[in-house]
Design a protein around this ligand. Structure first.
Ligand code: GAL
Length: 768
């Protein structure tokens, strides 16, 4: 029987090329002994069956070392699970040891075998069968080693990783201080790549002439290996199964790359914010090696009149994102990373995200491509510039980031400065040169906090935390941070504060909308995040997000959400929570914002119409959907009751929001983001735990522990019992490597019990 193995091409699983072998065992046996035809390229996922030994001990990377007491783990992996706040970063700052045994089938003879690490925090000494490679320094960028000369066929091979997760001053972002935590562990995927001697090392699918009638795409093919005889390269543009165009050329002499132009493409759709249409470009060598890349046709330009996508002016409205989560830091699987892009695009309706302050998970960027969320991606670093060797690493990080991510249509700007670092002419001339040389289709930015700093990039990207904002001092000007630490706010802060937090986001976006010279703004930040003891609120959390660390919205998030067209979603988001006496003086919530894209609101207090409101166009004349300011003062406690907000569009009732005046926690919410997971021991989903009023609104002071119990093929990532924090929070449920149904029971002393079920699908086995 023919067996075709799961392959990954250029980081994307090519599902159609699977032909699943009858059983895992048979397939494994076959992989170990397969005598013949290994397809020209095969990529094996190497994420399960790792052995984790905790702290490194002498000789623990040697093949003969007794690892029977090591723990079996899957990647992504954190070297230690942590509470969601108030922990010491020293808890993960240690050197650890990972081991992975595998067999190399005889059929790999004559091929070249590489191990590809997506990311390991922070410095990795990799050995294969006792042979060591040079330490890879850097936690946010991918790295590879060729295993071929050190492999043994048909018997056990040992891949070991001694991983230093301390804050080493020789590696960006370290050497100074940083306002975030890096965590530890092999926290991204690992793969084994088996390829012919001469193979495609990378493929840059670069759309050109996007706004002209002759739309085209250059397939830039990077070859590795000897060119002893000419190699024919065939490139194809595909739309799903349909081949749009194909063209070939012969490479007869070594060159940095070989370009194949695919033109006369006929009807090609653009990639846009609302219709993010994706195509596939493949390159194939005559020895059968093949690489694929996803691409989208779009033109993204910063100009002196702002930002233009496909020739249309778009005011950028976005948030900065740290990729870290409660409990596991960066070690969350693709589904969870991608969920953040969904929150940003679909819930907060942003059109741009900045991957502060490092290249983020490929799954997150894939989701940005699929959802039409633009991205500014930047190199690792924070304020500090190290010595020459450190700078060399940062220049190398720039190249690795771009080579990894140049096929993402969502990325519209490369950030090639260390965030908020001082000027350094020589260093930033280098990072800009590398970026422009590798990718002449994108502009560069470099995030600074000095208005008078030297512009070596294309776009002046400025963190301006003051208000009013400074005027643009360059023709291409983008605000990359505001608010944040200037008004740190918890989801459950006093009502005046959450209302003011909302207004601070509103007023900056209003100013950004006032002049085309501002390309837009990316606020600090999307989600609260873990930081060092000297930053944040004293529990090592920076409460700078418009959502909390569990990705649950604060009132300020409602402003972002309200800026979408009502045809997409009618939004009514109170920029406050409803209480008579939380504000100084009592008498109701106060003079508070309601963020909405309706054109008129009616507010009923205790069943009676109390206010009719239009958007505050005087206060915020530049916003498409200004907030409404509601005077909810002078409410007598004697009449205190529910609040109902009706939203109207062109005179018609479009949406209603009710807030309970009962002051009771009514409902226990236990809500998984997904009801189906892949049974690969890695996949996971968030489960939101919350107490709400009877209308489903958050109860920011609800407390109590929620006792969780799980049965079936799943486990909880997080604290159990979980103590509600500001009335809500979340744990993640991770699938084990078996199919079945996970039943999660959550019990709160007063709110009772809820049970949810998550189905776990049978997953492909891992083949080596
Ligand atoms: C900026 C910095 C961010 C974060 C923010 C807090 O200066 O770039 O990483 O620390 O301040 O508001």
């Amino acid at each position: 029987m023919e067996k075709v193995y799961p392959t990954r091409e250029n980081g994307k699983v090519n599902r159609r090329s699977f032909l699943i072998a009858s059983t895992a065992a048979a397939a494994l046996a076959d992989a170990q002994t397969a005598p013949s035809a290994v397809p020209s390229r095969r990529v094996y996922s190497l994420n399960r069956n790792w052995l984790f030994g905790g702290k490194m001990s002498a000789g623990a990377d040697a093949p003969g070392f007794d690892d029977t007491r090591f723990r079996r783990v899957t990647l992504p992996h954190t070297n230690v699970e942590l509470p969601w706040h108030s922990f010491d970063d020293k808890a993960y700052e240690f050197v650890s040891i990972y081991r992975r045994h595998f067999r190399a089938p005889a059929a790999w003879h004559g091929k070249r075998v590489f191990v590809d690490f997506g990311g390991a925090m922070t410095a990795a000494k990799v050995t294969i069968n006792g042979h060591g490679f040079e330490e890879y320094r850097g936690g946010y960028t991918p790295f590879s080693f060729e295993l071929t000369p050190h492999l043994k066929y048909g018997v056990d091979n040992l891949l070991a990783v001694e991983l230093d997760s301390t804050e080493r001053a020789d590696i960006p972002p370290f050497g100074g201080t940083i306002d975030y935590l890096t965590f530890g562990g092999i926290y991204r995927d690992v793969e084994l790549r088996v390829v012919p001697q001469t193979h495609l090392a990378n493929l840059f699918a670069k759309p050109v002439r996007v706004l002209e009638s002759g739309r085209a795409v250059v397939a830039r093919c990077y070859l590795e290996g000897p060119l002893t005889q000419p190699v024919t390269i065939t490139a194809e543009l595909r739309d799903g199964d349909r081949v749009v165009k194909s063209a070939s050329r012969t490479a007869s002499a070594p060159a940095e790359y070989h370009d194949i132009m695919l033109e006369d493409l006929g009807d090609i759709q653009l990639w846009s914010l609302v219709r993010p249409k994706l195509y596939q470009v493949t390159a194939r060598l005559d020895n059968g090696d093949r690489l694929a890349a996803r691409t989208g046709f779009r033109e993204a330009r910063f100009t002196d009149k702002g930002f233009f996508l496909n020739g249309e002016h778009v005011k950028l409205r976005g948030l900065n994102r740290h990729q870290t989560y409660p409990y596991t830091g960066g070690a969350m699987p693709a589904r969870v990373q991608a969920a953040d892009a969904r929150v940003l695009r679909k819930e907060l309706k942003c059109n741009i995200v900045r991957t502060s302050h490092y290249p983020q998970s490929p799954a997150f960027l894939d989701a940005c491509d699929e959802l039409g969320l633009l991205a500014l991606e930047e190199i690792p670093g924070w304020q500090h510039i190290g010595d020459q060797a450190w700078q060399d690493l940062a220049v190398d990080n720039t190249a690795r980031m771009i080579r990894r991510d140049w096929n993402h249509p969502s990325i519209v700007l490369w950030g090639v400065r260390i965030n908020e670092s001082p000027d350094n002419h020589a260093f930033y001339t280098r990072t800009n040169e590398v970026a422009h040389k590798l990718d002449d289709s994108r502009q560069t930015g470099g995030i600074r906090n000095r208005y008078d700093s030297e512009l070596l990039e294309d776009v002046f990207t400025m963190n301006d935390f003051g208000f009013p904002l400074r005027p643009p001092n360059h023709p291409m000007y983008l605000n990359t941070e505001f608010n944040g630490h200037m008004f740190s706010t918890k989801r459950f802060d006093q009502v005046d504060r959450v209302a003011e937090h909302t207004i601070r986001h509103v007023r900056v976006h209003n100013q950004l909308a006032s002049a085309d010279g501002y390309a837009g703004g990316i606020a600090w930040c999307a989600f609260d995040y873990a930081s060092h003891r000297y930053f944040g609120s004293g529990d090592r959390i920076c409460y700078h997000g418009v959502s909390d660390i569990f990705r649950l919205p604060k009132p300020a998030a409602g402003f972002y959400k309200s800026q979408c067209d009502p045809a997409e979603e009618v939004v009514i988001e109170p920029g406050f929570f409803y209480a008579w006496g939380d504000r100084g003086g009592g008498n109701g919530p106060g003079m508070v914002p309601i963020c909405s894209n309706c054109d008129h609101l009616k507010i009923y207090y205790n069943g009676k119409l109390r206010l009719e409101l239009d958007p505050d166009r005087t206060g915020y004349p530049h916003l498409k959907y200004p907030p409404f300011l509601a005077n909810l003062t002078n409410l007598s406690f004697a009449t205190w009751g529910d609040l109902k907000i009706e939203g109207y569009l062109a005179g018609k009732l479009a949406a209603t929001k009710s807030l309970s005046g009962e002051g009771t926690d009514d409902v226990l919410v236990v809500k998984p983001d997904d009801l189906e997971l892949n049974g690969d021991g890695r996949d996971a989903t968030r489960v939101v735990l919350a107490a709400t009023d009877r209308f489903g609104n958050p109860r920011p002071f609800a407390s109590g522990a929620i006792q969780l119990s799980v049965s079936g093929p799943g486990e909880i990532i997080g604290e159990n019992p979980f103590s509600l924090s500001g009335g809500a929070g979340a744990v993640w449920v991770k699938a084990k490597d078996a199919p079945g149904t996970i039943r999660l029971e959550a019990r709160h002393q007063y709110l009772g019990k809820q049970t949810v079920e998550i189905r776990v699908r049978k997953a492909e086995p891992e083949w080596v």
